[in-house]
Ligand binder design. Structure first.
Ligand code: SF4
Length: 488
């Protein structure tokens, strides 16, 4: 999972006197809003709309706020178009600065920059093909491969282009991406426009919007992002790309330039709803927070438990806990306070150390917990170590019973489409039945949302009258049913 964001200045914005640095500021804001999708590194590439052989680049490791400064984004003062990327690595070395996206390649028509969210399931085969054709690759990431293949498609088609607009690589792009199955959502930029591309399975989200000046109805810029939460408040979400769609964004506006045959049914990652996406994002026409609440309601429908309070592990499962509380009629009461200043808890070697790390991260609201039978909601369990430590902490604070309810089905299989799910051996539910998971966690009971329940909660709010394809979702890490043959 990564976050991608692109922006291009609108022709009409010239009359509005766009301040210098406004565009790059909006790009940094967009990447900040997508920080939850990747925290390892961030990069921005800009072009001035005139020079084809040069793009400005700022890249670095760490959070968006650590990478960009008022000095370095000054490089983009002449940029009329930018694309960016927040990285969460699934392939390629985590620490290599040359793996930080966007990638820039020189092609026969000038520089092309690429931002990629997803992971190509057929990368290994394609990589060998490219290497055997004598093309050198500077990284082991699948995203660089896409850039090289675009460069090759441009070269092969060069004679046919004649007086063709040099910024327009839509045909070459369509030829390149149609050779891959999944998973990719891409932004591909030339000197004066960029393309948003979603794979035929629609595995990763991608949407486009128009930014307006607050005092005008004229367009200031056009943008594309992994999630609509990246658009500023003065933007309108125009549409989410259909699976297999290629859209061009330029100073002239947003237009769909190609529609590859969508896979039937589509296979958008269902975990975007469970965990990855931000609550305020609109995905498949619905607010993610609303879907999470529906998951909580569905879980209560599938459950029968007597308890005093429903609570949650802050902050990601709040919506599911509210939904469970509404449906079950059991009062919602917070029982944990998350310390926002404590970062990631690293894997601790013993249970004592894990409990100690959890105590630093979460404070217990003792008065709400003492003597209570608690239904504790979380969105998912991966290894189960954090949850077992949390249950212990709640018991120490006086909880009478702790019943764990998970707003998604058990994670049992690896993901090959862009999410670093640990190996099967590490997944607590992969080789344990529900009683063994309950024992491992130390809860009084554990129950998961069913696969059908999750699909119902996700799909019942989608308006299918407007879609030209059968709507489906990837559930492979839950069911083992992969939408494609995985080449790993
Ligand atoms: S395997 Fe799981 S995490 Fe990976 S794309 Fe499918 S639903 Fe998403």
């Amino acid at each position: 999972m990564c976050g991608i964001f692109g922006i291009v200045q609108a022709e009409s914005s010239q009359s509005l006197g766009l301040p210098v640095g406004c565009l790059s500021g909006l790009a940094v804001d967009g990447l900040t809003a997508l920080q939850h999708r990747g925290t390892e590194s961030s990069g921005l590439v800009g072009a001035d709309g005139v020079e084809r052989q040069h793009m400005d680049i700022v890249k670095g490791h760490g959070l968006v706020r650590d990478v960009y400064t008022s000095e370095n984004i000054g490089k983009f003062n002449d940029s009329v178009i930018l694309i960016g990327h927040n990285r969460y690595s699934t392939s390629g070395k985590k620490s290599g600065i040359n793996c930080v996206q966007p990638f820039v390649v020189y092609t026969a028509v000038g520089c092309v920059a690429i931002s990629h969210n997803g992971e190509l399931v057929d990368a290994k085969k394609k990589r060998l093909e490219v290497l055997h054709q004598g093309v050198g690759l500077s990284t082991d990431t699948d995203s660089e491969l896409i850039g090289q293949m675009i460069a090759k498609a441009v070269a092969l088609n060069y004679k046919c282009r004649r007086d063709h607009d040099p910024g327009d690589i839509s045909r070459e792009l369509a030829v390149t991406v149609s050779a891959f199955s999944t998973s990719y959502s891409l932004l591909v930029m030339t000197y004066d426009r960029f393309y948003a591309v979603r794979d035929p399975y629609g595995n990763r989200p991608l949407c486009v919007g128009t930014i307006y000046n607050s005092s005008s109805t004229e367009a200031l810029a056009y943008c594309a992002a992994s999630e609509s939460c990246a658009f500023p408040s003065t933007a309108k979400l125009d549409f989410e790309l259909q699976p297999g769609e290629i859209v061009e964004l330029s100073k002239n506006g947003i237009k769909s330039v190609c529609q590859m045959k969508p896979h039937t049914p589509s296979a958008m990652c269902i975990f975007e709803y469970v965990y990855f996406a931000r609550n305020d994002t609109i995905m498949e026409g619905q607010q993610v927070q609303t879907v999470r609440e529906a998951c909580g309601k569905q879980m209560a429908l599938e459950d029968q438990i007597e308890a005093d309070i429903v609570s949650n592990v802050p902050d990601s499962s709040t919506a599911a806990a509210i939904g469970y509380s509404i449906q079950s009629g059991i009062h919602y009461e917070p029982c944990l306070h998350r310390n926002p200043y404590v970062g990631r808890s690293f894997i601790q070697p013993s249970n004592e150390l894990r409990v100690s790390a959890i105590k630093k991260k979460f404070g217990v609201l003792k008065k709400n917990v003492e003597g209570k039978r608690i239904v504790l909601i979380d969105d998912s369990i991966v290894r189960g170590n954090t949850m077992s430590a949390l249950v212990k902490v709640l018991r120490e604070a006086g909880a009478k019973e702790v019943h764990l309810r998970i707003a998604s089905p058990p994670l049992r299989f690896a993901c090959f489409m862009g999410i670093n799910i640990p190996t099967r051996e590490e997944l607590v539910a992969a080789n344990r039945d529900i009683d063994q998971v309950t024992q491992f966690i130390g809860a009084d009971s554990v129950k998961y949302l069913s696969v059908e329940g999750l699909q119902h909660a996700v799909q019942s709010g989608i308006d299918k009258s407007d879609t030209k394809f059968e709507v489906g979702h990837c559930t492979a890490c839950l069911t083992g049913n992969y939408p494609v043959n995985v080449d790993f």
